[in-house]
Ligand binder design. Structure first.
Ligand SMILES: [Zn+2]
Length: 274
């Protein structure tokens, strides 16, 4: 989740970028196709996280430079207004990017002791955020494994993913998708920002991030949003929902508090069961 720093390379998304509180110094905002950066420029301006993954669309990750090139090509070559395109699922290689039924019922995680004095707040927000999806679909179950907290990294095979602190100001938190390689399956959280983001509660911020870990993309990539287009590698699960928890409020969203909607719950049930 990023409320203030979003890198953009296409005309269609410029409006959203202008609405943000501040642009990243490295962000590239093009005003016409002629201003589209080269791949080298785009790559150089894209924030690269601790595990080497690229962070795009505010809080989503791309694992490798090869995949970043694919993403860039999609952005540059995309066609406006192409048909279909509230909840949408990420696609990888043309197929839905989801957990298997058994995996979705056992999404184990740890919360790093590195959060220090903020750890209790992060643990609480994770349990509350996870609970929002668990209440939506009986096929989703996140399990907190506190015994792994002392060595809570992507290397810990006792859990599916780790929740680790970050001190970057590039985002409040960022997550991963089911197709992300095991070495990049972590949720990074700026605990200070998490607890000071106004109407966005810690529970809702982490529920948004956990939506990504379940395979859900930003709702505002749909053409109905009219802005903030990302790419076409997704499939709609529900009618467009401008109030979706996966819809950035600053991208023509209709809800300011990032709360989960009934449409979000329906979408989750459509892929993980009721
Ligand atoms: Zn997001």
């Amino acid at each position: 989740m990023s409320n203030s720093r979003i890198s953009r390379i296409t005309t269609a998304t410029l409006g959203a970028a202008a609405l943000t509180l501040s642009m990243s110094p490295s962000a590239t905002a093009a005003t016409s196709q002629e201003d589209v950066p080269t791949f080298a420029e785009f790559k150089a301006s894209t924030f690269r996280d601790v595990g080497g993954q690229y962070v795009v669309n505010g809080d989503e990750t791309i694992a490798t430079t090869t995949k970043l090139r694919d993403y860039y090509d999609t952005m540059v070559n995309r066609q406006d207004g192409t048909g279909s395109t509230s909840l949408v699922v990420n696609t990888a290689g043309g197929t839905d990017d989801l957990w298997s039924a058994s995996q979705a019922r056992n999404l184990t995680y740890c919360v790093s002791n590195g959060f220090g004095a903020d750890k209790a707040a992060v643990v609480s927000a994770m349990q509350s955020g996870a609970g929002q999806w668990e209440a939506a679909s009986s096929g989703v179950n996140f399990t907190y494994v506190s015994s792994a907290d002392a060595s809570c990294t992507v290397s810990n095979s006792a859990v599916v993913f780790s929740v680790e602190p970050t001190f970057t100001s590039e985002y409040i938190a960022r997550a991963f998708f089911p197709s992300s390689p095991d070495s990049q399956r972590n949720v990074l959280v700026n605990a200070s920002s998490l607890q000071s983001s106004g109407s966005w509660t810690p529970s809702n911020i982490l529920a948004h991030e956990l939506g990504h870990t379940l395979g859900f993309r930003h709702e505002h990539t749909r053409p109905e949003a009219g802005t903030c287009f990302e790419d076409n590698n997704w499939r709609p699960l529900t009618p467009y929902d401008s109030a979706s928890i996966m819809h950035y409020p600053q991208c023509n969203g209709s809800s300011s508090d990032l709360s989960m909607t009934e449409t979000d719950r329906q979408g989750a049930r459509s892929v993980y069961g009721s």
